[in-house]
Design a protein around this ligand. Structure first.
Ligand code: MCA
Ligand code: AMP
Length: 494
């Protein structure tokens, strides 16, 4: 048996239910058994994977978690990849992380097998581990690297964020303490599992404390509302776009249904919003409808969660609260001092045991992202009456849409491959549902281009949420006297 802390935790929950779906129940013991068998298969006779990268392409649920735990117990680094990505996006993540093994379930294996074969990856089925021959699994130190998550930013291509077992444990323990998780909790999981909102905040915290997770392959609004009405949950976590969609659905429902849904939400012990700014108006609308004050928190792939409104105490609309347990947060003026006064904006910088090790194979980017040992988030904030308020990002090249962090530069690079596009600039424009809408201003070589054509062309190259929602064809892009593209001026073109 492995000595990893989450394994010890899971062992203590034994026959408690970990995953529940409409047609299945899986206990903690079953995850341990399945993951041990998969770990043996991963090791394939060797004593330790020694941080080999193992990509993971599995539907959220029992087998996904068992695979993640198997990779960790065998000594590998888990690289969860986006289920709905395009082939070029998969190829990038697999080659950049130098993955040598891919674990997939049959639903996804069919689509990725030709690519995996071309790249020479060893393929394993997440659903069918060979019967476990009892062997000693390797001893894994807590400072061993455990996970690489791809995150977009101010570079053309996403970067791999590397965290250790100790980082992951610190991120989870901070939230378990602050939000008072317990084995009595039950939570739905409908977010993608290649990002920490789903991996750490939902599955990580729930399984650390012996709670029950109900996984969904996607955000299926009617189904989830039915389960809320059936009092299936105690905790609910989502991105702002989902709360906007829930408000629309509640407002469109018949009066009897509306009362049943809103009173069911009222009975939950905790509802959290994060990954993007929750407009104060949405916060207030949700309270007016359900009586629940959403708890907004702020985090980042590189650091886990950093700031949170209070579980027992104030949840101020438009604010992200105060530093979470074990996390140090400061505001810093660019090339200036640390800000200690209220009402003075600065960059959020973070220090603590949850902060990542660095970007995979990118020592320069890693060095640039730290200042005196503090991680530079690139987000601006201000302190007002003891609570932080996010003001926006330092870079216009980062777009947040539907809770996904997108790089304008990555989308521009893809659009420039279009045979008609000579130049382009991608920006995020405010959008009531999605937070920001990906919007492209383009200069054409010749001919004409309409949005549906462009979207159809993008389908094989970019994930759905990166495909432009708005298009503006212009004769030239706005540039300053030095000839540099001015993105704020691009926004005014729409
Ligand atoms: C999809 N559509 C969009 C977008 N995405 N339109 C505009 N902007 C978008 N971003 C369109 C599709 O083209 C499609 O249109 C229709 O919406 C339905 O698409 P679908 O993919 O089915 O949408 P959905 O299932 O309703 O998804 C919405 C979603 C999803 C559930 C909000 O985007 C999501 O799961 N977001 C969460 C991502 C996340 O977990 N982020 C956390 C990262 P048509 O019907 O015309 O084809 S971690 C993080 O940020 C940090 C650390 C943190 O703090 O948590
Ligand atoms: P990611 O790289 O996907 O982890 O996204 C992290 C980014 O999401 C942060 O740098 C913020 O820009 C944004 N973010 C997360 N939570 C919030 C929030 N509550 N309010 C505003 N922005 C947020």
């Amino acid at each position: 048996m492995s000595d990893l802390p989450f394994v010890a935790q899971a062992r203590s929950f034994g026959d408690g239910v970990a995953f529940r779906t409409a047609t299945s129940l899986h206990t903690y013991r079953q995850i341990l058994d399945h993951s041990a068998a998969l770990a043996v298969a991963l090791l394939d006779g060797t004593p330790d994977l020694c941080e080999a990268r193992v990509a993971l392409l599995v539907t959220p649920g029992f087998e996904h978690t068992a695979t993640q735990w198997a990779i960790w117990q065998a000594g590998g680094i888990a690289v969860p990849i986006c289920l709905s990505a395009t082939e070029p996006e998969w190829e990038y993540a697999l080659t950049d992380s130098e993955a040598t093994i891919l674990v997939a379930d049959p639903v996804h294996a069919a689509r990725i097998t030709p690519l995996a074969r071309r790249l020479g990856l060893r393929l394993l089925d997440a659903t069918q581990p060979a019967p476990a021959i009892p062997i000693d699994l390797p001893r894994i130190e807590r400072d061993r690297r455990a996970m690489i998550l791809y995150t977009s930013g101010t570079t053309n291509k996403p970067k791999g964020v590397v965290t250790t077992h100790a980082n992951i444990q610190a991120q989870i323990e901070s939230l378990v303490q602050a939000w008072e998780w317990s084995a009595r909790d039950r939570i739905p999981m409908f977010l993608p599992l290649h990002h920490i909102h789903g991996i750490i905040n939902i599955i990580g915290c729930a399984l650390w404390t012996g709670a029950v997770v109900e996984p969904f392959a996607r955000f299926d609004l009617p189904l989830i509302l039915d389960r809320v009405r059936a009092d299936a949950y105690t905790v609910f976590m989502a991105v702002p776009t989902i709360y906007v969609k829930l408000i629309e659905a509640i407002e469109a429902s018949a009066p009897g249904d509306r009362e049943a849904i809103t009173s069911a939400f009222r009975r939950l012990r905790l509802m959290v919003s994060g990954s993007a700014a929750l407009p104060a108006s949405v916060h207030q609308q949700w309270t007016a409808l359900t009586g629940q004050a959403l708890l907004e928190r702020y985090g980042m792939t590189e650091i886990g969660m950093a700031l949170s409104n209070l579980y027992r105490g104030e949840r101020r609309p438009g604010f992200v609260g105060t530093a979470l347990p074990g996390v140090e947060v400061r505001l810093k003026a660019e090339h200036g001092p640390v800000i200690t006064a209220e009402h003075e904006p600065g960059e959020i910088q973070v220090r603590g045991p949850g902060v990542f090790q660095g970007y995979w194979n990118r020592p320069e980017a890693t060095a640039e992202s730290f200042e005196d040992g503090w991680f530079r988030t690139g987000d601006m904030a201000v302190l007002e009456k003891g609570f932080f308020r996010i003001m926006g990002r330092l870079s216009v090249d980062i777009i947040k849409s539907g809770g996904y962090k997108l790089s304008a530069l990555e989308i521009e690079a893809a659009l420039l491959e279009h045979p008609l596009i000579a130049e382009c600039a991608v920006v995020g424009l405010p959008d009531d549902t999605w937070g920001e809408a990906v919007s492209a201003a383009v200069v054409l070589k010749d001919g004409s281009l309409a949005l549906p054509e462009l979207r159809a062309w993008c389908k094989d190259r970019l994930s759905t949420y990166k495909i432009p929602q708005r298009l503006k064809v212009v004769s030239e892009l706005p540039r300053n006297a030095m000839g540099k593209l001015t993105k704020p001026a691009v926004k005014t073109l729409f």
